[in-house]
Design a protein around this ligand. Structure first.
Ligand code: 26Q
Length: 819
């Protein structure tokens, strides 16, 4: 099928070089002597893209011919990271590209640096979606990722005077060679208006939705290649367009400015990603974004389905749709509407199809992070969907009433509608009722879902809530981002681990081998040097690769307790000031992470980290002993150089609050040792690597809830621990804020009067655990052994294992070979 293409897509260095040159001239319109780094990047990206497209087309053709069952991964966020290097690896032409680039006199590393990553997600949830896309392709699972093509992704974080400043992420400014716009693949999406009942020709009562406005969704496809296979799946993102472009005749009122306004409004819909990792009450545009991408995606699925000629009542055999949190849960009433209103299906059949199509992944236990929409707002935007939700709810409550026989009190706890002064739609309840499976993202999280968050649903349907522990892709987070380690592994255990992570077990035999340990240390050293170079470039701060690198990178959130880490740093500082002879290994603390722009306390924590850093880094007594850096704009690109350079991974959330965490996995896979609580996937990591290779501290979830029950008084902890009291006093006093004793008052007061995440309770246990880490780091052989064993035993945390569990236990999908 590739005769036409074959001259253009040779896989040897000479052909690749030729392609780059052709694209430089014919795509970028530049001669080599005047081309910028960015022109060369684009030319190379197009050369790589040429080699992907045929795979994508052949894959689509194969899936279609096989009538393959397909999973649609519905997610408001995808955070794929830079594409170029990943795609070169997936094509298996790393050497060849390096050679071609060298022959052109270019520097490969700096070309890779040119890429602006698509930051179409906030953090864990969006990155998980991207890891799963990678694993689904690699495991040959027919899959489409459906989401939103935000024009502006997550903001770029700059640090000014220690504060976070948000800058617009103009990721599309220089074009996007990785997407294929599909201008003909477009759907109408309607909003607002009202509904009317009418009788159809058979005399059956039906509902017509008379919407008030519409926008158009246009598809943009990004190919997602599997590793070591031909399968190339699709990430299909929707971008909004105005319905009537500049044909002003069409506006019968002749209202030119009204028309311009409507165009602007329509195109605002996919303008920007909401930068919060929990819902903000009643943001109408956010609800519109969710419905917009869900509606386009379901129309697309129905379109593809109907090509087969099969009847719609079999839809759920062809498709399963995974809801990545409740953000796409509006898909449940939308599919009902498409089946009942648009295709005249009877309610019961439609409900059977719908309930067997969706499965729902929950990502949070924090009650404030469960999505709810005020009824009045919902009715304004989606009046027909609200009616459908009422009908779903009333039938569901009938079913539940019968099952729990008489216990009427339970029903309001189950209801999709929360009554009260401002009644709301509970999206999590809608998602549970409309799905055939619900899963949490780590064992503890799933158990807490069953026991605390959704106990009444669990009682009703004991088999519905299941667990799939998260995983991360070893292609990006080891092979690509840690090439020194990948080379060492190739020499000693081969390359099988890239697609079979359990084979890292072969390293166990080498854990005590002095020669191997030495090479392991060399790899870590090189990665620390790289991290130091990047930190210097990003912050101007010099850090010493001989010191212990202690790293916490993740969104900044009180429950993640970056301020606990900071209290430990202040404690070390105080100890060193009081006792200059104190013999502890030098440490560098690295922080990174964005705060939601409206989250005052998180932003104050960033300021506090930078303020403490400023004082410590300036104090000559701390030279060669203590350093603190805040690495700005943590994203996938910076993550590539941060995880491999870490000695210690900070996973210190209050037990019961972090659903899973995935950074914890990325660190451990790169040889960092974890200091962590028994929270989320930490528990499972500790089980795998062995408790002697994991630095545990803090309360268990059971202890946390017992303390909450009995009444928690943070000031008691402060009074009983002089070091803690001193650390808090220093922070409050203005010592780190040029004498300003008001700046960090809200942070300290928050801890002393309430401390919702029990920082003060876990402080002592944490600080003592850190002392054990310092001791352990002195014995470099033992440390290296632990590091090797961590990597050797992390096989479970490949996203390939997660996807295998989704396919076996939830989706029931078979793989499809593409040749
Ligand atoms: C919802 C409504 C309105 C605006 C924003 C949102 C919103 C956006 C993003 C709510 C939540 C998120 C992101 C949540 C998230 O990243 N959760 C993390 O998911 C990871 C993958 O499962 C887990 O490892 C983390 O524990 C969890 O915090």
């Amino acid at each position: 099928s590739s005769k036409i293409q074959s001259t253009r897509v040779g896989m040897d260095a000479a052909a690749i070089k030729q392609s780059i040159l052709e694209h430089l001239v014919h795509t970028q319109s530049r001669f080599p002597d005047v081309a910028s780094e960015s022109d060369w990047y684009n030319a190379l990206a197009h050369a790589v893209r040429d080699r992907m497209l045929e795979r994508m087309m052949v894959t689509a053709k194969t899936y279609k011919a096989n009538k393959s069952r397909t999973v649609c991964y519905l997610s408001a966020e995808f955070l794929p990271g830079p594409h170029l290097a990943n795609n070169i690896l997936a094509l298996g032409i790393w050497q060849e590209v390096q050679e071609a680039v060298a022959q052109l006199g270019l520097d490969f590393e700096s070309l890779l640096e040119e890429e602006v990553e698509p930051g179409l997600g906030n953090g864990g949830l969006g990155r998980l979606a991207a890891c799963y896309m990678d694993s689904m392709a690699t495991l040959k699972i027919p899959a489409i990722g459906y989401g939103i093509r935000y024009e502006f992704g997550i903001f770029r974080q700059e640090i000014e005077d220690g504060w976070q400043v948000e800058k617009t992420d103009k990721w599309l400014s220089y074009g996007n060679p990785w997407e294929i716009p599909r201008p003909r693949l477009r759907f109408n999406v309607h909003f607002g208006g009202h509904t009317e009942q009418f009788k159809d020709i058979d005399g059956i009562l039906r509902v017509k939705w008379i919407p008030e406005w519409r926008v158009i969704g246009v598809a943009h496809d990004t190919p997602v290649m599997g590793y070591g296979v031909k399968n190339t799946n699709l990430l299909r993102l929707w971008s909004s367009e105005a319905a009537e472009s500049f044909n002003f005749q069409a506006f019968n009122t002749g209202d030119y400015y009204g028309a311009v306004n409507e165009k602007v409004t329509s195109e605002n819909l996919t303008k920007v990603l909401y930068p919060n990792d929990e819902p903000e009450a009643g943001k109408r545009l956010r609800l519109e974004q969710q419905y917009f991408f869900v509606s386009c995606s379901l129309q697309d699925m129905v379109r593809i389905y109907l090509q087969s000629g099969d009847p719609l009542d079999q839809f759920h055999h062809k498709y399963t749709a995974q809801l990545n949190d409740t953000h796409p849960a509006i898909a449940i009433p939308e599919l009902m509407r498409l089946l009942v209103d648009r295709n005249q299906m009877d309610w019961d059949t439609a409900w059977h199809v719908t309930r067997n199509t969706f499965a729902y992944t929950n990502h949070t236990l924090l009650p404030e992070a469960l999505e709810k929409w005020p009824l009045d707002l919902f009715k304004k935007v989606l009046p027909r969907h609200l009616e459908i939700i009422y009908e779903i709810n009333s039938r569901f409550l009938d079913e539940a009433r019968m099952k729990i026989h008489g216990l009427n009190g339970h029903l309001e706890k189950l209801s999709i509608i929360e009554e009260g002064a401002r009644p709301q739609v509970r999206m999590a309840h809608l998602a549970v009722v409309g799905s055939y499976k619900v899963n949490g993202v780590a064992e503890l999280h799933s158990e807490l879902l069953r026991q605390n968050v959704l106990p009444d649903f669990h009682a009703l349907w004991p088999d519905k809530i299941t667990n799939v522990t998260n995983g991360v892709t070893p292609r990006r987070f080891m092979l690509l981002s840690n090439q020194p380690l990948a080379h060492l592994l190739r020499e000693r255990i081969g390359c099988g681990w890239v697609t079979d992570l359990d084979s890292l077990h072969k390293l166990e035999a080498l854990a005590d081998d002095p020669d191997f340990q030495q090479q392991w240390q060399k790899v870590k050293r090189r990665n620390k040097e790289r991290l130091a170079r990047h930190a210097l470039a990003a912050t101007g701060q010099k850090i010493d690769p001989d010191s212990l690198f202690d790293v916490q990178v993740k969104r900044v959130h009180e429950y993640k307790r970056q301020h606990l880490n900071l209290l430990h740093i202040i404690t070390l500082y105080n100890r060193l000031k009081d006792n200059p002879g104190l013999d502890i290994p030098p440490r560098t603390f690295v922080f990174g992470g964005k705060a939601a722009p409206g989250y005052f306390m998180a932003k104050l924590i960033i300021k506090a980290i930078n303020s403490v850093a400023e004082v410590i880094n300036r104090d000559p007594d701390m030279d060669g002993r203590l350093r603190v850096v805040f690495f700005p704009n943590f994203n996938v690109k910076t993550a590539h150089c941060i995880y491999p350079g870490a000695d210690v991974s900070e996973q210190i959330s209050l037990a019961g609050k972090e659903a899973s965490g995935t950074g914890n996995m990325k660190f451990a896979l790169n040889g960092a040792l974890t200091v962590g609580t028994l929270d989320g996937a930490n528990i499972e990591i500790r089980e795998e690597v062995g408790k002697e290779n994991f630095f545990l501290f803090g309360m268990t979830e059971a202890e946390v809830s017992a303390l909450q029950q009995q009444g928690y008084h943070p000031q008691d902890y402060c009074q009983n621990d002089p070091e803690l009291k001193s650390a808090l006093d220093f922070l409050a006093s203005g010592y780190f804020s040029h004498g300003d004793a008001t700046l960090f008052r809200p942070l300290v007061d928050n801890l002393l009067n309430g401390d919702p995440y029990k920082v003060l309770v876990d402080y002592r246990s944490y600080v003592d655990c850190q002392a054990r880490i310092s001791e352990a780091y002195r014995d470099r052989q033992e440390w290296t052994r632990m590091s090797i064993l961590n990597v050797a035993r992390m096989g479970k945390f490949s996203s390939d294992r997660s996807i295998q569990e989704y396919t076996n236990n939830i989706w029931k999908i078979a793989s499809v070979d593409v040749f």
